[in-house]
Design a protein around this ligand. Structure first.
Ligand code: ZN
Length: 233
């Protein structure tokens, strides 16, 4: 399907969201590029620039604000159409936009949060705590390259991927493991797979619906249409 049928594909996505009993959304750095944060493999991404020998751009998480893509996911939550949100991002924009913490797994941590080294409970840095209520020590939650991912967030993400009937990838090239396994888990459980990403992914051949357009041109209009279906029903 080409660019001219964008409206049709948005319509299909809205209908699938309407029908879904257990929609799960999976986000990567691509959702935050419209907030001015660089992704990794996009046209101006961190690795793309490095491969071209270009200097890296500064990342300023503190000034970044949620964009229309983040807000569209909050709308899904309000409509009861977000069973769970899995994110590879550390930029805190999902929580800032109003996503319920209990519906969110941040696989790579969060620049604004500390995590308990024993029980994996997270707290806001601004709370000024250094010890968890369980007695464990609170350490920065961002997962560095080569470190293992938080077990609880990972287990929850696999669990919801198994249970979902619609799995929507938003702005991830799905190459970082183990996160990249989750669309496969969802597919094996019979879920519909939707991918919104401007670059290629290993799942392009098996996705049921594929968007190459900017997220801001896809997700917000799809959610608007979903609202119309919901009001009409
Ligand atoms: Zn603890």
């Amino acid at each position: 399907m080409g660019a001219s049928d964008l409206g049709q594909r948005i319509n299909i996505l809205a209908r699938w969201l309407f029908e879904a009993k257990y929609p799960v959304v999976f986000t990567g750095a691509g959702i935050s590029t419209e907030s001015g944060l660089p992704d990794f493999r996009g046209p101006d991404g961190v690795w793309t620039r490095r491969d071209k020998g270009l200097p890296s751009k500064p990342m300023s998480f503190s000034s970044a604000e949620p964009n229309s893509g983040h807000r569209a996911i909050v709308e899904l939550q309000k409509l009861g159409k977000l069973s769970f949100l899995i994110s590879q991002n550390v930029d805190n924009l999902h929580l800032m936009s109003g996503i319920r913490p209990d519906l969110l797994a941040e696989l790579h941590g969060n620049v604004d949060r500390l995590v308990c080294a024993s029980c994996e409970q997270t707290v806001d840095k601004s709370d000024g705590l250094d010890t968890c209520f369980c007695g464990g020590s609170l350490v920065p939650s961002v997962v560095n390259f080569g470190q293992s991912l938080p077990r609880k967030a990972l287990a929850e993400s696999y669990g919801h991927s198994e249970r979902c009937d619609l799995f929507i990838v938003v702005g991830s090239s799905l190459v970082v493991h183990p996160a990249a396994d989750m669309p496969r888990v969802a597919l094996e459980s019979g879920a519909r797979l939707v991918i919104m990403n401007q670059g290629e992914t290993p799942f392009d051949g098996v996705a049921h619906l594929r968007f190459w357009e900017a997220i801001g041109n896809v997700l917000p209009p799809a959610v608007e249409q979903l609202k119309q279906f919901t009001e009409a029903s």
